[in-house]
Structure formats: C-alpha cells, structure tokens
Design a protein. Structure first.
Length: 418
C-alpha cells in the first residue's frame, strides 16, 4: 500500500487535484494506475454591464449638473505687476487661497490663473478678488474654446475677496449664467460639486459634501474672520473663484481657500480634505454694488480701542470694567468717530506686567443694534459699509447707554508716532 500512500500525498500537495486511483478488478497494489479524464466546463464570455442601468442615482445627478452648468464656467488668466503680491499675504499660511502662479512678489511680471462663472445675461463674471488683484491685464476663456477675450474689473470688494469682471466681445449665445442658490439653507452632508481649472487644466470637476457651515476663517484684505462653507470636494490652485454647486445645479459658494499643512501655494501637497467657499448669499448681497462699480474701500472710524474680552478677569475686576466690549483708548480729532462724539480714555493705568491702558473712555457695546463682544464683531459689522453710510454706535458711558450716529466718509487716520 506504499504506492497508494505516495500518490495520495502527491494529490494533496497539488492542492487537491482530482486524481483517481483505480484498481482493476482483483488487481494488486502494484498495478499501474489509470486516470479518468475530467470534463472541462465551457468558458462563457462575460456579458458587459448596462452602463446606464449600472449608474447610481447620485452619478446621474452629478452628470446632469455638470452637463447643464459647465458652459457657465470661465477660466481667468492675469498678468501681475512686478512687486505686487495678493491679499493672501495677510492670511495665515494654513489658510491659503488656491489660485495658480501667484503668491510672493516678483521682480518681473508674472501670470496667474483662476476661475469664475457668469452670473447674468450681460456677461458679468463673479470671481475672487485675489485672482484679479494687481493685474495689468485680464483675459478669460470658455470651456472647450481656445479663443481668449479681454476683461476688465467692474467692481471689487477686497475685504470679502469678491470681484466682478466683464469680458469684451463675448457672443451673447456663449454667455450661460449659472443660477444662484440659497446658502442659508445648506445642511451638513449635502452634496457639493466644485468646478474650475486647477493647475491650469482646461476643466475639472470634483465632488464631495458640505462638511460644515458657518465655519469662521480669515477672509479678504482685512483678514477678518468670516463665516464660510467647509467642503471636502477636492479643490486646488486655479480653483479660486469657481462655483461650488448643489444637487440642483445652483451656486451655493465661491471657492476661495484651503487649509494647507505646508502653508505652500505651489500646489504640491495642497489639498488636505478641507476647503472653504464664500457663501453665495454674501455674494448675492454685494452683487448689485459690485456690478455698479461702487467703492468698497473699507471705512475708517478714527479711534483705537482695547478688546475687553482679551483682558484677564482680575484686571477687569480691579478696574471695574465689563467682561466684553471695546474700551476706547484714543479718538482722532476730525475723524468720523470724533465728529460723532466718541470719547477716549483720560486716565492711564499701569498693569502688573508693565503695560498701560487708558480708563474712562466709552465702551462700544453694539453697532446698528448688534452686540459687539469683541473686535471681531466690530470688524464684521463694518464689512460692506460704504462711504456715505451712517452707523449707530452704542456705547456705555459711565452708568449710561448712549447711541451715537457715525457718518462714514473718506478719512485717512494719521496717528501720532511714539
């Protein structure tokens, strides 16, 4: 039976290959083995899947949105003056705009690229201010077309990082406005589709979700924390100014920044799953003034203040100061704040760490009825204000609450040195 044992083990070593050891009737163990052939199953070709039936509802929706909105996308390229840098230089490096080819000032003229989209039949294009800031020339191109059209800036709001440009000689039949949605109705988890021209590529679409709403990050030339939409849709250099769309094909945001762990704006290792878009409702509110070329130069009030929320509690208690609000330190004579009657401090106090503060001045508690708890609140309230506007400044003066009307006008604050 040794032969039987050897063949059985060999069969096992072959992974259980079908080896049948057959004894002839009455044959001894030393008889020659015979192998019975096994039938081989016929090879059947794999039928191709029905592509339409295999597609998910989400895929079909994305395809539909892209097909109906891609012609409204605009590629923007600019030439930048030597020595000019964008307002991104004031933004912390981890929060960086993602437009291509711009960043540090250069000794020679450089080229930058970004994205935008049509917002009306007239051909107005909404984009980021940092895409066109400092440009000596602006050209736009439409998807699938090589022809470039010259464009000019119609209006810009640097503090919101938004701008409207208008192209010359674009045929009316090629102007395809993308409808604006309502960013206030966004919910976390909703689909987000980003369109643009990252890395100077002709056209690109990525998809993700709305990761957060109301996220506060520094935006614009004043580096003021503003509410933005957070998304994980992949967005990279060159996407700045492009639309963020919902499932209905409506613009819900304008792509503007990403978090870059390296702080780099070269595009290498850029996207980390955290991108930001300016809510479309912010743009909707500003569009009439932008399209009309209204001046968005941020107004200057003409007073310096101390954020009480940043003071240690024991310092506030020792000097009988409230826990929040802005303690006015100095007011420039002839400034909008000075003309309105805002009062600065008259008594100088020295703190334990050697620093000083002036006591006895007004404490700003509200602007236009909105509570001012910190300097971020005041900065946010001043966003969108124009020269000629009047704001109601509520201050605490001693035990009284006083409302002052501050008329905003062009004013350059010149503080004495030393």
């Amino acid at each position: 039976m040794r032969t039987n044992l050897i063949l059985l083990l060999a069969g096992l070593a072959l992974g259980g290959a079908t080896v049948e050891f057959v004894h002839a009737s009455g044959a001894s163990a030393n008889s020659k083995p015979s192998f019975a052939p096994q039938p081989v199953a016929a090879v059947r070709p794999i039928a191709p899947l029905d592509e339409k039936a295999a597609g998910t509802e989400n895929e079909r929706n994305t395809e539909s949105v892209v097909a109906s909105r891609e012609d409204g996308l605009v590629y923007v390229s600019t030439s930048i003056k030597p020595g000019v840098t964008s307002n991104s230089s004031t933004i912390p490096p981890e929060f960086q705009p993602f437009f291509g080819g711009q960043g540090s000032p250069s000794a020679r003229e450089t080229r930058a690229t970004g994205s935008g989209f049509f917002v009306d039949d007239r051909g107005d294009i909404l984009t980021n201010n940092h895409v066109i800031e400092g440009a000596t020339s602006i050209k736009i191109r439409l998807k699938g077309r090589d022809q470039e059209y010259k464009a000019t800036v119609v209006g810009a709001a640097p503090q919101f990082d938004l701008a409207v440009i208008r192209a010359e000689d674009v045929p009316r039949n090629l102007v395809k406005p993308i409808p604006l949605g309502d960013s206030d109705k966004l919910r976390v988890g909703q689909k987000a589709i980003a369109m643009g021209a990252p890395f100077d590529l002709d056209f690109s679409v990525t998809e993700g979700i709305v990761s957060a709403v109301g996220r506060k990050v520094p935006v614009g030339s004043k580096n003021v924390a503003q509410s933005v939409i957070q998304t994980d849709a992949a967005i990279n250099p060159g996407n700045s100014g492009g639309p963020l769309l919902n499932s209905a094909g409506e613009v819900v945001g304008i792509n503007t920044q990403i978090i870059s762990p390296s702080g780099s704006v070269t595009g290498e290792g850029q996207f980390a799953g955290v991108g930001f878009a300016i809510p479309v409702n912010t743009a909707r509110r500003l569009l009439p003034d932008l399209a009309a070329g209204k001046d968005f130069t941020p107004p200057t009030l003409g007073f310096r203040y101390l954020d009480l929320s940043a003071l240690p509690a024991d310092v506030r208690a020792a000097n009988k100061l409230p826990s929040e609000g802005l303690l006015v330190q100095d007011v420039l004579t002839g400034s909008p704040a000075g003309d309105a009657g805002v009062r600065g401090g008259a008594v100088t106090a020295t703190l334990d760490d050697g620093s000083t503060l002036r006591l006895g001045g007004d404490v700003v508690t509200a602007v236009d009825g909105r509570t001012v708890a910190s300097q971020e609140d005041l900065q946010s309230d001043l966003l969108g204000k124009h020269v000629g506007d009047t704001l109601k400044l509520t201050v605490r003066r001693g035990a009284q609450s006083v409302t002052l009307n501050v008329k905003l006008r062009k004013y350059e604050a010149r503080w004495p040195q030393g």
